[in-house]
Write a protein that binds this ligand. Structure first.
Ligand code: AMP
Length: 406
């Protein structure tokens, strides 16, 4: 259980908000403001409740102070997103920051310079965390995407000032908890993508938590190979065959049904519109490669989802970037979106290419929740404790009820 901003008395308080404003930029210009726009809700709410809002965030991977990673370029976009001028401080600690913060009035918002200009940030240095804490009375973490890192502004600070989850963090945690914490069953997971080796921990965790594990993409080839299927020139990690077999055994012991393709789309080249054919999985020609799950596989997956209440999705079912090898990903994504719309399926997706695959299928805004938090989402699927989230958890006081009321 974690505290939200509902119970924070923010009027007149200096509230340090760790946001994720790490937006894509080119030649000193922001190219996509999605993260800024999404972060605005918490900032606007806090300001309208009379807080003096102090925004902390990182941008890029600077080595010390590097002007090309200055966050000043975010300022006009942030002002636009929150609908008012935002004050600026040239540093996130020290006299510059202190002067700007002490000049704030109730309802004002300030943006401080990149926390990663100080190497102490990523080391979760205690003195640096204290210097940040000196600028605030309360701390709100709204950056789920960096919650898998124990940095000063994502973890250390939460132990120094009263802490709560912002609205974005809250939405993410609630969606994730509904999907795997205490889900409505049956639960299915679609796991696709290129390689088994990058998703071992994720597969290992999911087999003990879901009822159906639907495996697609290049990694399905390794599972098929492990079962004696010839996969021709397909992407396949033959050295992972033993690992794939042990995941299959673990699934059996946990009563998790593994769903693998029954037919596949094969081509001799990995290029857009390459001539292709659909073959049963056990009839892949020697010189060809599997680039997508076939129509019978997609239909079987859709039927499986029709009997489920919850779906977690990470990774495409085929080489979705090159048409027509996006067919299975699109068909399954659209069916999952339709079931979501009918209220029959809770759908949570995220990680790496998944967001672009769902966007390409035209359904990224039709799932119950799509997480844009790459690494943090994957670590959560792996069953790991995210330090930034753990630091927000309410610990029951001795003799207390643990609900955060005290
Ligand atoms: P990941 O980052 O692990 O989620 O993998 C996504 C990548 O897997 C995408 O670039 C897809 O093109 C690729 N992929 C999916 N299926 C296949 C396949 N059958 N053969 C080769 N690459 C694939």
């Amino acid at each position: 259980m974690f505290r939200t901003i509902d119970k924070l008395d923010v009027k007149g308080a200096r509230v340090l908000v760790r946001a994720d404003l790490n937006v894509p930029a080119k030649d000193g210009k922001v190219t996509d403001t999605t993260r800024i726009d999404r972060s605005a809700a918490t900032l606007i709410e806090l300001a309208s409740r009379g807080a003096r809002v102090v925004v902390l965030t990182h941008f890029g991977r600077p080595k010390g102070r590097e002007e090309k990673y200055s966050q000043k370029l975010l300022l006009e976009h942030l002002s636009k997103a929150v609908g008012k001028p935002v004050a600026w401080a040239d540093d996130c600690i020290g006299p510059d920051a202190e002067a700007v913060v002490s000049g704030l009035k109730d309802g004002d918002i300030a943006l401080l310079e990149n926390v990663r200009f100080h190497p102490e940030e990523e080391k979760n240095d205690a003195e640096f965390a204290k210097a940040l804490a000196a600028l605030g009375d309360l701390y709100v973490n709204d950056a789920f995407s960096t919650a898998h890192r124990a940095h000063a502004s994502t973890e250390g600070l939460a132990h120094l000032v009263p802490a709560a989850a912002g609205r974005l963090m809250q939405a993410e945690l609630e969606a994730l908890s509904k999907a795997l914490g205490s889900p409505e069953r049956p639960v299915a997971a679609v796991v696709g993508g290129a390689k088994v080796s990058t998703k071992l921990e994720l597969l290992g965790n999911l087999v003990s938590r879901v009822d159906y594990l639907i495996i697609g993409g290049g990694m399905a080839n390794t599972f098929l190979f492990a079962q004696g299927v010839q996969v021709g020139k397909s992407l396949c990690e033959k050295e992972m065959a033993d690992t794939a077999r042990s995941i299959l055994d673990k699934a059996k012991a946990a009563n998790c049904r593994i769903v693998l393709p029954v037919d596949v789309v094969v081509a001799s080249q990995f290029v857009e519109n390459a001539p292709n054919t659909v073959v049963p999985t056990n009839a892949v020609p020697e010189g060809e490669m599997i680039l997508d799950a076939g129509p019978a596989s997609a239909a079987a997956i859709i039927e499986c989802l029709g009997g489920c209440k919850t779906l977690v999705w990470n990774g495409p079912l085929g080489a979705f970037e090159i048409s027509p090898f996006d067919m299975a990903t699109n068909a399954v994504a659209q069916a999952a979106a339709a079931l979501t719309k009918q209220g029959k399926l809770l759908t949570v997706a995220g990680g790496g290419d998944t967001v672009s695959a769902l966007a390409k299928a035209g359904v990224d805004d039709m799932f119950s929740y799509v997480s844009t938090a790459g690494g943090a989402f994957l670590e959560w699927l792996e069953g790991k404790t995210l330090p930034g989230v753990a630091a927000l958890e309410i610990k029951p006081a001795p003799g207390g009820c643990g609900c955060g009321c005290g």
